[in-house]
Design a protein around this ligand. Structure first.
Ligand SMILES: [Zn+2]
Length: 88
């Protein structure tokens, strides 16, 4: 465990950020058209206890037509609905 923490620190010193520390958000939840990603807020319970919350954007893996070529992209559903991409 200690060696694992040290390796994380060494990676930070070298400027290479570990993948799980990049805002805690995987690259899956980012739209490749509008760059919409996860957003953050506070969850408030009925008894008004507050805790931090993360909402992931609704991103789908779709085949799209880019300059006549079919390409697989991660696109959010609002971009799909507004017709910003042409589905292949
Ligand atoms: Zn989008």
């Amino acid at each position: 465990m200690i060696s694992f923490i040290i390796s994380v620190i060494v990676k930070n010193v070298l400027g290479e950020k570990p993948k799980f520390l990049q805002g805690g958000v995987s690259t899956m939840a980012v739209c490749q058209i509008c760059n919409k990603g996860a957003h953050f807020g506070i969850k408030v319970s009925h008894s008004h206890r507050r805790s931090n919350k993360m909402w992931k954007s609704n991103v789908k893996s779709v085949k799209v037509n880019v300059n006549g070529n079919n390409k697989k992209m991660y696109v959010c559903t609002s971009c799909l609905r507004s017709g910003k991409v042409e589905r292949a």
